[in-house]
Design a protein. Structure first.
Length: 207
């Protein structure tokens, strides 16, 4: 069982992203994985982070199959979502993070490890990396590092190509817009809160 720590509240749990959440005063680790093409969220108590029992339980339920299952998809593409930060400059009602303009951001070390693992798993497929948050546009330098490092590592790997996308509220600076333009981000997932209809609207822009 391998555990990589990045900080006190966001960690890699046996290679899966884990976030410390609090619900009704009770703290749990929530980890994310993909099972049978569905995104699945598992959780376990805060003090069980190093528990072999929790690891075996997750393994039995198929949480780590995403590492071993390298079947070629129809479009021969692997997609990876990187949560660059918890911070956000909006307070949208629908947000599952209840994000604020404070919080934890991914370290450069963890970013590099995540990209390296993605490249390893992708093999000779195409790779799409999506920046997520919080609002990833807040972390312009980290976003730029994501693109720079991924392109460098992919160039020395069997991966056929690497494209990028971002999930954003659109309230971003010129420096972030320049990153999107210069690197030809394939998609922009744009979400916001519509006060008139009190509904979440979402559009996808293809460049």
């Amino acid at each position: 069982m391998i555990i990589n720590e990045c900080n006190d509240e966001m960690k890699l749990w046996n290679g899966l992203p884990a976030i410390l959440i609090e619900d009704n005063g009770e703290k749990n680790w929530a980890f994310f994985t993909k099972i049978d093409n569905d995104i699945v969220v598992g959780r376990f108590p805060e003090n069980d982070f190093y528990s072999k029992e929790q690891y075996e339980k997750a393994k039995e339920n198929g949480a780590f199959n995403c590492y071993r299952n390298r079947q070629i998809s129809e479009n021969n593409t692997m997609k990876v979502v990187l949560c660059l930060t918890e911070k956000c400059n909006c307070r949208c009602r629908y947000c599952f993070l209840d994000a604020e303009n404070v919080g934890i951001s991914m370290s450069t070390q963890v970013l590099h490890k995540a990209i390296d693992k993605a490249i390893e798993i992708a093999g000779n497929r195409h790779l799409i990396i999506t920046a997520f948050g919080g609002e990833p546009g807040i972390e312009g330098e980290l976003l730029k590092e994501m693109v720079t490092y991924a392109c460098k590592q992919v160039a020395a790997s069997p991966v056929k190509s690497c494209n990028f996308s971002i999930s954003t509220n659109g309230i971003i600076g010129d420096n972030v817009i320049d990153i999107l333009l210069e690197n030809k981000f394939k998609s922009i997932y744009y979400g916001w809160w519509n006060p008139r209809s009190t509904r979440f609207s979402k559009t996808l822009s293809q460049w």
